[in-house]
Design a protein around this ligand. Structure first.
Ligand code: FES
Length: 320
């Protein structure tokens, strides 16, 4: 699969949701509708930050029933590679940007008798779109949403108005925690589970679901890695016949793109498998950050996911 085609957009609105989160609205410059999408889809936002190009995935939170604009909420991450900081500091209404078409790795299974949604923090964003979709299609669902505090939660008032009894809130500041055991053991047959939020929360929900005997086909999770920064390293690309230098705040995929290598991707978050690349030679350690490779593939040292994973050592040669 080749890389997704780009869409030119203009930033039509930037809204400060709270002290950590901003919402960005994107429209086509001529006002024409954007491509259709379904709840759970993400886009990749391209950021031209000085001489560095970043492409970062974010969930679409707006209603799939309205493609006049796309909306993404972005939480500022002061420890990240700089994508969210760039969005918060540099992106203003009227700015022209480029995004990818939507792709959905976290779609609702519309065969479900019921949809059980569990969100933590900024992981609420795909559920905003999914709940809008279900309001139109009439599916049965409930949303359990945990936040650190009311102040740092996002869209609580909107969700309370829209979802009413289907919304269940949990506030850390009041020591309220979701009881996953009870929640997952009291659902009607045919329920599908969806979870998005911090990695430890996702792991806990998945472990509870496995222990309670949920079929894997009924369990869905959004587990994008935010490619962490790390030490700079270099990699040789055997098919292109070049070497690339990967800077501290760059990914191997971004370094290849900067060198003009057309490498495949879809999620850019270690989840979809599109960028999986064979390792030809590795004298050092690959720091795997993906959710795609099996344990034995990681241990073999023969595979790397360049969208998120890094390398430390003397020599890395990959088949690109
Ligand atoms: S692009 Fe999806 S795993 Fe790398």
């Amino acid at each position: 699969m080749s890389t997704p085609a780009a869409i030119d957009v203009v930033v039509s609105e930037v809204v400060e949701v709270n002290s950590l989160i901003k919402r960005f609205h994107f429209k086509r410059p001529d006002g024409a509708p954007l491509p259709a999408f379904s709840g759970g889809a993400h886009i990749i936002i391209e950021m031209q930050d000085g001489d560095q190009t970043r492409r970062v995935p974010y969930s679409l939170m707006s209603s799939p029933l309205d493609t006049s604009d796309y909306q993404c909420s972005i939480r500022r991450d002061d420890e990240g590679r700089g994508g969210s900081l760039y969005m918060h500091r540099e992106v203003v209404p009227g700015m022209q940007m480029t995004i990818s078409p939507p792709a959905n790795l976290f779609a609702l299974d519309l065969r479900a008798n019921k949809h059980l949604m569990i969100a933590g923090g900024i992981g609420i964003t795909p559920f905003l779109a999914q709940s809008s979709q279900l309001e139109r299609t009439g599916g049965q669902y409930e949303l359990h949403y945990g936040v650190r505090s009311r102040e740092l939660g996002a869209y609580i008032d909107e969700l309370q108005d829209r979802l009413q009894h289907r919304l269940h809130m949990y506030y850390d500041e009041h020591n309220e925690a979701m009881d996953f055991d009870t929640l997952l053991s009291t659902q009607p047959a045919g329920t599908h589970l969806y979870v998005c939020g911090p990695a430890p929360m996702i792991e806990k929900v998945l472990d509870t679901a496995r222990a309670a005997g949920w079929p894997e086909s009924h369990v869905h999770f959004e587990h994008f890695s935010k490619a962490p920064p790390g030490e700079a390293f270099s990699a040789e690309l055997s098919e292109s016949g070049i070497s690339v230098e990967v800077a501290r705040e760059q990914t191997l995929l971004e370094a290849m793109e900067a060198a003009g290598v057309d490498a495949p991707y879809l999620c850019r978050g270690g989840a979809c498998g599109q960028c999986e690349t064979d390792v030809v030679e590795c004298d050092g350690e690959i720091m795997h950050e993906d959710f795609w490779l099996e344990d034995d593939e990681r241990a073999s040292g023969k595979k790397i996911m360049p969208c998120v994973s890094r390398f430390r050592g003397k020599r890395l040669v990959i088949a690109r």
